[in-house]
Write a protein that binds this ligand. Sequence first.
Ligand code: MG
Length: 346
Amino acid sequence: MARASSTGDAGARCSRLSLHLRHSFTIARSSEDVAECVVYELSAGGHVGLGECAPSGRYEESPDLVAAQLGEVELSGLDLFRIDAVLARMAPDRRGAMCALDIALHDLAGKRLGAPVYRLLGLDPEAAKQTSFTIGIADIDTMVAKAREAAHMPILKVKVGVGREVETLEALRSVYRGRIRIDANEGWEPETAVKVLGELARFDIEFCEQPVAAGKPERMRFVRERSKIPVFADESCRIPSDVAMLAGCVDGIVIKLVKCGGIREAMAMIHIARALGMRIMIGCMIESSILATAGALLTPLVDYADLDGPLLVTDDPYEGVAFDGAQLRLADEPGLGVRLRAAAPT
Ligand code: MG
């Protein structure tokens, strides 16, 4: 684990975290072997709250930018239990930094009160969901081999959007009978999306994330109205105000804490989406168990989970949410229930 560039004062500290992927992670627009995250530690009352941001170039964020934004937050004199008031110190366009601060504030509050965050939020940990397991884009033989390795997982999420989708799904379906979701990461034009989804419907696809570019909800509506496979918005649906604009254009949305700004903004999105009759998935980036645990504790409120980030990396220094196969299990411990692993991997 790489730590550097400490910032902040009086109980707040930022450090960099490099997470190495088991396999190169390729989606329709990019490929990566190392994910650079930012860990934020907030100290008060003898406890340390942990937060994390997995900055996304898709949203013009970098680890340096997020760390600098976190270092600018003035916390002295604030009551850190007043989470909304503290978060109001963060400019609303700084979603990644807001996420790290929001998660650290919740973890700290839980630790100081001696209660799990899910209990503070009134949530039932028994209702946590099963996560999907992601198969990144590769040649078809490699994707089939990964699906065989993941045969014990009941749900796969298959990255698509660069062509050969029918051959790929046909090959995967020949070795895997569980639930399959697909994610095109904005990879298709609307007409292409309609054509490809029409051909893929026979492979029993649960839903397709973000078939077309974000920015114009009507493009999503065009695809949804012509597809038997339900359409979910991910890149199109970043923050609470995006949800209402997608009403009628999609079947569901994907919420990620690091896109929207943390637990509180995610809960706002959940309430808006429910009021509009949308289905909801909590998703993740390539991230450590800090972010994944914060996402997992909200899954009792939603329909689906895609929180396999810690399973995709070799050197997550933290442990938190447990993976009982695909079933997410939350610890009955104060705060997030995240701690450094006893023997950190090298
Ligand atoms: Mg996605």
